[in-house]
Write a protein that binds this ligand. Structure first.
Ligand code: NAD
Ligand code: UDP
Ligand code: UDP
Length: 328
């Protein structure tokens, strides 16, 4: 496949463009919007670890200060409580734009961050989603597939918001010559995930730990492909540092039905955990699995952590957060 590659190579890339992460010449100033959230806080860990100066902009809508508390003493780290729907002035080299509630404001927030990137000439990375494929008629999903989204459905606010965010990102690239990157993230799980935002992995894990039944929606035969958060962060950083715009699917091709996922959770936490069926939500995608050929070839990236290895790491974190210290 031939992807457009950005003309202005970043100052920070070597002639060959293949500087391994961690061996860069000078520290960058990096903005992570949504950096107090689940994915953002893991990304911040890696950026701080490699010596960058990191600014987090977050309104703590779903994120938590706890997620980044361990960096607060670091002079190269800063958190700004701010809603990206309001304009902001900052000076940075790179922007990882993760801030996003499931509402139309993500379009305005993306517009502001693109405007910021344009003014200061920063590289801009959008965290889009596999939801842009809607209830896909192609399986597995390739980046060239345009998707099947119900524009007036209950999920469409998030889906169409991200589709619009992709459009704006490409318009700023074409119109303002902005250096951009687009990641389409597939279902991701791991430590620091919100305990009760209703996602399937967090629900099942919390339910099994609390000795509640696992709630399977519909017949449980719908599929998702679950990626461990460290694999995603690796992919986002490779994308930012590399020379291709994308969009790139970032996900683990290991595909599970919800019943299979329930079985993995039972095996990991409690073989006696019961399963309870509930009506499914409207417009629920029947299948989802990334084709990651493009990311493998052009970013040299692929996920390393299978579900059965990643899940126990999340369970340890959930155990601590649900039971506190009384249960070791
Ligand atoms: P999250 O809710 O944990 O993180 C989002 C962060 O953005 C939170 O800290 C929240 O407080 C902040 N935020 C929300 N609205 C904001 C606003 N208007 N101004 C400033 N901050 C704001 O979610 P996550 O799972 O870490 O997701 C990060 C990004 O990845 C999002 O853009 C999401 O759409 C995308 N994504 C995630 C997944 C996944 O499975 N986790 C899948 C596809 C795409
Ligand atoms: N913006 C921002 N910070 C900046 C520059 C712009 O938040 O440093 C916002 C700006 O307020 C505007 C949006 O980004 O709402 C888009 O900016 P752009 O300059 O692209 O568009 P214009 O303001 O010309 O419509
Ligand atoms: N789901 C489920 N039980 C739950 C929560 C979700 O069976 O307690 C199902 C849901 O119907 C969907 C799948 O799990 O088919 C993934 O849902 P999630 O909200 O985690 O992710 P998304 O639908 O956004 O991919």
């Amino acid at each position: 496949s031939s992807l457009p590659s950005s003309s202005a190579a970043s100052l920070h890339e070597s002639a060959g463009g293949k500087v391994p992460l961690g061996l860069r010449r000078r520290a960058l100033r990096v903005l992570v919007t949504g950096g107090a959230g689940f994915v953002g806080s893991h990304l911040v860990d890696r950026l701080v670890e490699r010596g960058d100066s990191v600014i987090v902009v977050d309104n703590f809508f779903t994120g938590r200060k706890d997620n980044v508390a361990h960096h607060l003493a670091n002079p190269r780290f800063e958190v700004i409580r701010h809603d990206v729907v309001e304009p902001i002035l900052l000076e940075v080299d790179q922007i990882y734009h993760l801030a996003c509630p499931a509402s139309p404001t993500n379009v305005v927030g993306t517009l502001n961050m693109l405007g910021l990137a344009k003014r200061i000439g920063a590289k801009f990375l959008l965290t889009s989603t596999s939801e842009v494929y809607g209830d896909p008629l192609q399986h597995p999903q390739v980046e060239t597939y345009w998707g099947n989204v119900n524009p007036i459905g209950v999920r469409s606010c998030y889906d169409e918001g991200k589709r619009t965010a992709e459009t704006l990102t490409m318009d700023y690239h074409r119109g303002a010559n902005l250096e951009v990157r687009i990641a389409r993230i597939f279902n991701t799980y791991g430590p620091r995930m919100c305990i009760d935002d209703g996602r399937v992995v967090s629900n099942f894990v919390a339910q099994a730990l609390r000795k509640e039944p696992l709630t399977v929606y519909g017949d449980g035969k719908q599929t998702r492909s679950f990626q461990y958060v460290s694999d995603l962060v690796e992919g986002l950083m490779s994308l930012m540092e590399g020379e291709h715009i994308g969009p790139f699917n970032l996900g683990n091709p290991g595909e599970f039905t919800m019943l299979e996922l329930a079985k993995v959770v039972q095996d990991t936490i409690d073989p006696n955990a019961r399963i309870e069926f509930r009506p499914n939500t409207a417009d629920d995608p029947h299948k989802r699995k990334p084709d990651i050929t493009r990311a493998k070839e052009l970013l040299g990236w692929e996920p390393k952590v299978p579900l059965r290895e990643g899940l126990p790491l999340m369970v340890t974190d959930f155990r601590k957060r649900i039971f506190g210290d009384q249960e070791a």
